[in-house]
Design a protein around this ligand. Sequence first.
Ligand SMILES: [Ca+2]
Length: 208
Amino acid sequence: MTLNILTATRSGGQEASLFDKREDHSTNQIRAAAEQFNGKLEKDICGDTSGHYQRLLVILLQGSREEGVDEENVEKDAKDLYAAGEGKFGTDEEQFITILGNRSAEHLRKVFDAYKELCGSDIEDSVEGETTGNLENLLLAVVKCARSVPQFFAEGLYKSMRRAGTDDGTLMRIMVSRSEADMLDIRANFLFTSNDERMLLCFPHKPE
Ligand SMILES: [Ca+2]
């Protein structure tokens, strides 16, 4: 992971690589890496990025994501997300960043369900409609990982190979970094990702 971050920042902000360190490693691993470099990573990220995108990257780097489900705030978070996006003219990006950057994956999955009940659309649709560029891509990656980490990487593998020619950098990074973590789960998801029709089943717009 640390190599990925360093490679990304030293090469002047290959921002897609920065995504690889978000949700896929434990809080302790991220914290240990951040301490190891004594703030240098944060400095490098701040040098290469800006705005809301930078803020979310720094939150993710700190590895201080909450644990467990805060049942009392599931509905409130869903309402706050709605009020910050679909429910207002313009977008309160800070609210998206705070909730999606800090709550646990388990909590977020409940928030996503509550959100769907509240406004009838998936959180991904709101992120796509309310944000743009790198922030949008990073928020979507966070949402996808909260739903399923192996599915996120299976989709990454699929995308790295689906066109003529292969994105070898992405392919190698995923294969090496996940080989001892959850490659068997990724393989299982990849089977359902290997053609477009099945991909729709694997990544349904509306989870059942
Ligand atoms: Ca809006």
